[in-house]
Design a protein around this ligand. Sequence first.
Ligand SMILES: *Cc1c(COP(=O)(O)O)cnc(C)c1O
Length: 390
Amino acid sequence: MVEQNEPFIPFHLPDIGEDEIHSVVETLRSGWLTTGLKTKQFETEFADWIGASHAVALNSCTAALHLALEAVGVSEGDEVIVPTMTFAATAEVVHYCRAVPVLIDCQGDTLNIDPHAIEQAISPKTKAIIPVHFAGQPCEMDRILELARSRNIAVIEDAAHALPAKYHGEMVGTLGDITCFSFYATKTMTTGEGGMATTENAEWAERMRILSLHGISRDAVNRYTPEGSWYYEICYPGYKYNLTDMASALGIPQLRKCHEFREIRHRYAMRYNEAFNDMPEVIVPQVNNDIEHAWHLYVIQLDLERLRIGRDQIIDLLKQRGIGTSVHFIPLHLHPYYRNNNMSSSSKKFSVANQAFTRIISLPIYPKMTDADVQRVIEVFTRIIQDHRR
Ligand SMILES: *Cc1c(COP(=O)(O)O)cnc(C)c1O
């Protein structure tokens, strides 16, 4: 049995080392705190690392998604296809553009957006699709891009979980029209708050850059360094979405550790798989062929028919025994806003997401965990399942 006095294993902890602390302190001492040369450096390193032509640093993935939609021209009355199995941000940005999010169902095994459901949801008003690479596993991009390209629909990827991930040998960030990453505190690398948009299209990159800072044509470096001048022009009514140099100073060393972090998460995912594979009550994450999973999340599905207690009780027991977990996600169509606004018309439309929602638990998986922590999660979880078999 688990010792009562063992420390709690939180659902997530960021991995911040001396490199990061030193880098941020250096920026604090430099006298230049907000968007400047550090952010430029972060963008350049990020674009190189992904293999993308352009990277625009922003203060969140939500901001990146919003500007991506604006860049490709989503406007009032347009429809944007969004999976219901996602976080609030993926759909709310569609509202920012006064467009309409069209929620659709996911696939039962990967919990990724269902290409068949995309095809059925496409209408003459469809302007964009936002696939979410759930848990860090790339969506079926070949099918999605084929559906979109033949109809002149933009593909904006929500890659908040997918850093780093590969699809058929190619990095996520080089596949669709614009890809949006998150550096929120719980993501695979962090700047506290932050995000990045990558694209091959120079015009979209420039538009996002200008919109990110009040729609002004020249950024602060150009204006306030000795080479710059006081003159600027407002080209659009823009936003305040720029990333600070303090955040970028944190992001640069984090990015350099990103592969190493992924290796550790991958190793932990394989240990979980091995431990749970033979338990009929537990369905381990399904991974497609020819992809590289970022393993941002490790989401198991319970076979509730084989258990005497439900998902919520299992989460409570895990918590009582010192393990933090989470649920990704409460499908959007079940939330009051989307329910009340009739965006979820028939719940039959979401039968896969509805069923998955009752069965999913996200177990802790991050490089700050030790091998012993992983072992403890395995033992505690296995014990709870064994004790509640039907
Ligand atoms: C975290 C998350 C976001 C939002 O990222 P922020 O950087 O916090 O704006 C968007 N989509 C998904 C799927 C996420 O998990």
